[in-house]
Write a protein that binds this ligand. Structure first.
Ligand code: NAD
Length: 241
C-alpha cells in the first residue's frame, strides 16, 4: 500500500461515498485526512461549501494557521443531474457547474499556496463522463470535461514550481452509492436500470469506493511522483472500447 506518512490531505465531499472512503484510506496509509463537507453532514472536521470563495479563503487561512502547509487535496465534492441539453433547466446547469467545476477551481486555487510550500499532489474527481458524452448528462459532462482539462492546466502550472505540485484527474465509472441510486431512481424500473449499468461495464460490475480511494492514495503518495496532468480512468474497461 502507498505511504502517506506525515502527509496532511484535505478532502472535500468527505461525507459522501468516495470522500468517506478517501478519508479512511488516507488514515490507513498513515496520513492525516481533514474531512470537509457541507455544514451538517456527518464526520466533518470542518464545514466547507466548495462553491463559496469565502469558505475556501477561511479554510486555507485556518489550515495555514494550524498546520502551516498541505501535502494533498482531494476534490471529491460533486453532484449529478440527469437531463439532455433540451430538458435541463439553466438553474440546474449552473448548480452542477458551480459544485463540480467552480468547486474544483477554487480548491486548486486556494490550496496551492499551502501545497507549494513543500510540494504536493492534487486529485480531482472527474468521471468517465469527463471523457465521453451521454445524451442525458449535458451539465455533468460539461462539468467533468472541465475538471479534466482544469487538472491539466493546474498540473502544468504546478510543474513549474519548485518543489512541484502535481495534479491529476481520476475518472471513475459508476460506483456503488447514492449518486448512482439517484440516477436509477428516475427510471421506470430502478432495479433493472441498475443491472443495466453493470452490464455496460466489461468487468460486469459497478466500482467500489475503496477501489477509487486506493488509486487516489497512490496519486497522493510519492510513489506516483512522475505522474501529473493525467486522466486516469477507473472504469472496469468502460472507456476501453
Ligand atoms: N458515484 C459515482 O458513480 C461516481 C462516478 C464518477 C465520478 N464520481 C465523482 O466522484 C465524486 C464523489 O462522488 P460520490 O459518489 O462520493 O457522491 P456522493 O453523492 O456520495 O457524495 C458527494 C458529496 O459531495 C457533497 N457536496 C455536494 N455539494 C457540495 C458543496 N457545494 N460543497 C461541499 N460538498 C458538497 C455532498 O454533501 C456529498 O457528501 C463526485 O465529484 C462525483 O461526481 C462519482
Amino acid at each position: 500500500m502507498s505511504d502517506l506518512k506525515d502527509k496532511i490531505v484535505l478532502v472535500t465531499g468527505a461525507a459522501g461515498t468516495i470522500g468517506a472512503a478517501m478519508a479512511v484510506a488516507i488514515r490507513r496509509a498513515g496520513g492525516m485526512a481533514i474531512a470537509s463537507d457541507l455544514s451538517g453532514r456527518t464526520g466533518n472536521d470542518l464545514d466547507l461549501d466548495v462553491t463559496s470563495e469565502a469558505d475556501w479563503q477561511r479554510t486555507a487561512a485556518a489550515l495555514d494557521k494550524t498546520h502551516g502547509r498541505l501535502d494533498g487535496l482531494v476534490n471529491a465534492a460533486g453532484i449529478v443531474a440527469v437531463g439532455s441539453v433540451e430538458k435541463l433547466d439553466f438553474a440546474t446547469w449552473r448548480r452542477v457547474l458551480a459544485v463540480n467545476l467552480d468547486g474544483a477551481f477554487l480548491g486548486c486555487k486556494y490550496a496551492m499556496p499551502l501545497l507549494r510550500k513543500r510540494g504536493g499532489s492534487i486529485v480531482n474527481l472527474s468521471s468517465v463522463s469527463g471523457l465521453v458524452g451521454g445524451h442525458n448528462l449535458a451539465a455533468y459532462n460539461a462539468s467533468k470535461g472541465g475538471v479534466s482539462l482544469l487538472s491539466k492546466s493546474v498540473a502544468l502550472h504546478g510543474a513549474r514550481l519548485d518543489p512541484p505540485v502535481r495534479c491529476n484527474a481520476v475518472c471513475p465509472a459508476f460506483v456503488e452509492g447514492p449518486m448512482i441510486d439517484g440516477i436509477v431512481a428516475g427510471a421506470r424500473d430502478p432495479a433493472s436500470a441498475h443491472a443495466k449499468l453493470a452490464q455496460e461495464i466489461p468487468l460486469r460490475r459497478l466500482g467500489r469506493p475503496d477501489e477509487v480511494a486506493a488509486l487516489c492514495v497512490y496519486l497522493l503518495s510519492d510513489e506516483s511522483s512522475f505522474i501529473t496532468g493525467a486522466d486516469l480512468p477507473i472504469d472496469g474497461g468502460l472507456t476501453a472500447r
